[in-house]
Design a protein around this ligand. Sequence first.
Ligand SMILES: Cc1cc2nc3c(=O)[nH]c(=O)nc-3n(C[C@H](O)[C@H](O)[C@H](O)COP(=O)(O)OP(=O)(O)OC[C@H]3O[C@@H](n4cnc5c(N)ncnc54)[C@H](O)[C@@H]3O)c2cc1C
Length: 386
Amino acid sequence: MEGERNIYDVIVVGAGIEGSATAYSLAKDGKRTLLLEQFTLPHNRGSSHGKSRITRRNYGARTIYANMMKEAFELTAQLETECREQLFVNCEYLEYGPKGGSLVTESKQCLTDYHVPHETFDVKEQRKRYPHIELPDNYEFVLEKTGGILRADKMLSAFQSEFVRYGGTIRDGEAMLDLFPGDTVSVKTTRSVHKAQSVVLTLGAWAAKFLPRLGIKVKLQPEEIKVYYWKHKDNSSRFDHKTYPAFFTKTAAGKYTIYGLPEDEYPGLVKICLHEGSSTDPDKRDGTKNDWVLETMKLIIATHFPTLEKEPTIAETCIYTNTPDKHFILDVHPVWKNIVLGAGFSGHGFKLSPVVGNLLAQLATGQRPSYDMSPFRIHRFFKNKL
Ligand SMILES: Cc1cc2nc3c(=O)[nH]c(=O)nc-3n(C[C@H](O)[C@H](O)[C@H](O)COP(=O)(O)OP(=O)(O)OC[C@H]3O[C@@H](n4cnc5c(N)ncnc54)[C@H](O)[C@@H]3O)c2cc1C
């Protein structure tokens, strides 16, 4: 039998951005913490790899997240100070769409309500500022001065290295095979059995497979997302982050949502992607049928970004894990309160990871969460069935 000494305060399973942020928060708070990861770190099989993510205060009408974004920026700045790396590039953030439409109206409202510096302008001004984007005359633009790019791979590794610096233990290349609830939770892995007072499951797309084994039958849908980098036709650098912002918009016909980031990670290449993809299985991701995504993106590039080449120069792959309402799951298990669930980040969880990490750590240690957790509770999916 293992002695008291070998029982962790908390085991966090899954070292993506949400699990790593949680483990960091726990270790910083003096908790004896183990972070388990099935793959050898770093890896690109989940949702947190890659060089960049967008961050912004603008969350449109989704105030539950807008409430958290001020703190997310502050905590990211703290992490930057601790790891002595630049994690945030303040290139600004632009949302645009038809004048009077919900996208721009809600953006303006959100930024006004939260007193975030921003500007609005029309297509005439857009053509002066960002001449490489082609749009209909009725578009309107909301530019958030505080938004920008997070250097994603650096932020992930900062959480992990600071976690170790605060005394935490990482065991990578070690998958959780099974979990045995109780006053002390046992986690059986490919190498050992570990015990803790509580466990946090941040399994990314693999939550869709594992949570049903704990009786949680929420529909979590992993979706493969293609990440494309496009080169300027005349080979010169035009989407520089000193002059171009990160952006999010709907196409002119309103059918597709796209987002983009100016040149930062790869010189001369701008990242522009479709905000949707095909359903996938994280263990069979490479067989996902996704030709339609590339064809759709090529059409969008030819229509709205005519100065870019017709084919992407680099294609990468990532996964969204969507809940039915696209809101996160941050909760304790309905029966075993020392099993904490962080799942379904639905393609927008990176920027919020410092806050999510604190909240999951609070749930794992019986502290009162610092935000209203009702929008994130798992019971919302079962309301009419219980
Ligand atoms: C293309 C793309 C663009 C995005 N853009 C943005 C953006 O601009 N802004 C933003 O805020 N968010 C963005 N997101 C969303 C954000 O990246 C995700 O919400 C976030 O990375 C989810 O992290 P996670 O920790 O839940 O999942 P993951 O990163 O997948 O981590 C889960 C980890 O758990 C491990 N694991 C699973 N099962 C086990 C097991 N049994 N044992 C041990 N380990 C296990 C996995 O290997 C994995 O490492 C984007 C996502 C994608 C794919």
